[in-house]
Write a protein that binds this ligand. Structure first.
Ligand SMILES: Nc1ncnc2c1ncn2[C@@H]1O[C@H](COP(=O)(O)OP(=O)(O)O)[C@@H](O)[C@H]1O
Ligand SMILES: [Mg+2]
Length: 387
């Protein structure tokens, strides 16, 4: 990597915060970083990658990594600490590291630096937060922490199917679905357990709850799990789908829905993740097949409204400044909206319009933060090492 000055420092400066890496200099999704650097350049904002290691308390000058699209090369240069940091530390384990936490807490205490999305969410906290407000509780499936068998047993008495998900899970890993049904032979209650594997899911059947629980315990191991009311989500050509919304702050610092995508489940899958056989599709087309054009409009309107209420409540309860989150929502067969999860480090949206807008919004929100923070701290131009 070159040591040169390619980052125009008279411009507002946005730092993408990530982990350092002994071999690669820094971690994270490079093509994602490059897209943001490029968008920044088009909008008059200098964007560079900075590492947690460099931002240790006391450091005044740090390394900023930037990318030159013309020469297709990364380069590094010494910069002052950017006034706005966009947290993209890729792994939960890294972010939870005590050393990293100390640095993040120190940055959060500095009034001249504003960091957004400072933490990953966990699924249990999300449900606790969202259940506390009337405006959001109505979108939340009944959820319990899966600490003992009776939590699942009582949910299975209320609902014919229950999803079990690791609290810190992602991309469908470790997800199971338990179902209660009436057996064909002697009309007694029996149970089925679907376990999400790499592509499809595997189904086990048990005549007794105790047998079902034994298998679940074996699958769970030491992970923390939630158990949740299963929603009969609407299907398109026999495949369930859900909505994926991107909610971001705009140039006024207000929450706004950037776009809505849809994920259609793989044939044999209990989730809709693309790496597990799911695919991207057009939400209007999928919804219209079940609810017609008018119903579709209504449902998408309700999904937007839900997403904004949820983003506000999550931000309030998390106690941190957030700039974006993605949300997975289900639509039931009656057109009702259900919240499944929110992610504070959204994966990129492959829908081109959503992608483009999402990058612009990050830059616009960063500009908003720089502007409002300068007004507050009587600030100096950001990023100039001489300032
Ligand atoms: N309570 C539920 N009822 C019906 N389907 C669910 C439920 N919870 C999750 N799913 C399905 O599983 C998918 C993955 O669940 P999610 O909570 O997003 O976990 P992950 O973090 O692994 O993505 C959802 O997008 C949805 O399709
Ligand atoms: Mg998900």
């Amino acid at each position: 990597m070159e040591f040169s000055s390619t980052l125009p420092l008279h411009r507002p400066l946005l730092g993408i915060l990530t982990m350092d890496d002994p071999a690669e200099l820094f971690r994270g999704n490079r093509s994602n970083f490059i897209d943001l650097i490029r968008t920044g350049a088009e909008m008059g904002v200098s964007v560079c990658v900075v590492t947690v290691k460099d931002l240790k308390p006391g450091h005044k000058k740090i390394i900023g990594y930037t990318y030159d699209s013309a020469s297709k090369q990364w380069s590094q240069q010494i910069i002052g600490i950017p006034r706005v940091l966009y947290n993209r530390i890729p792994q939960r384990e890294d972010e939870a590291d005590p050393e990293v936490q100390r640095t993040l807490q120190a940055i959060l205490r500095q009034p001249q630096v504003r960091i957004f999305n400072p933490t990953f969410f966990n699924k249990w906290s999300l449900f606790e937060w969202l259940n506390k407000a009337k405006t959001t509780a109505r979108y939340i499936p009944a959820t319990r922490k899966l600490t003992a068998s009776h939590e699942l047993e009582s949910l299975l008495k209320l609902y014919p199917s229950v999803y079990m998900k690791p609290i810190s899970g992602k991309a469908g890993k470790g997800i199971m679905k338990a179902e209660r049904y009436v057996g064909k032979l002697d009309r007694k209650t029996e149970y089925a357990l679907s376990v999400q594997e790499t592509k499809g899911s595997v189904v086990y059947k048990y005549p007794k709850f105790s047998q079902l629980w034994a298998k679940i315990k074996e699958e769970i191991g030491r992970e923390e799990y939630i158990a949740q009311q299963g929603i009969s989500i609407v299907k398109y050509k026999k495949r369930p789908f859900d909505l994926r919304l991107l909610v971001q702050k705009n140039y006024k610092g207000e929450w706004d829905v950037t776009g809505i995508g849809a994920r259609l489940a793989g044939k044999m899958s209990i989730t809709t993740h693309v790496p597990r056989g799911g695919s991207i599709d057009d939400p209007e087309k999928l919804l219209a097949a079940a609810f017609g054009p008018e119903g579709t409009k209504r449902i998408l309107g309700r999904a937007r409204k839900a997403a904004l209420a949820i983003a506000r409540q999550v931000e309030k309860k998390s106690g941190h400044m957030l700039g974006e989150m993605s949300m997975d929502m289900g639509v039931d067969v009656h057109g009702g909206i259900w919240f499944f999860e929110a992610n504070s480090k959204p994966m990129k949206f492959d829908e081109p319009q959503i992608r483009k807008k999402s990058l612009e919004r990050i830059v616009q929100y960063s500009l908003y933060l720089i502007r409002t923070n300068q007004a507050k701290t009587g600030g100096m131009p950001a990023g100039n090492p001489n300032s």
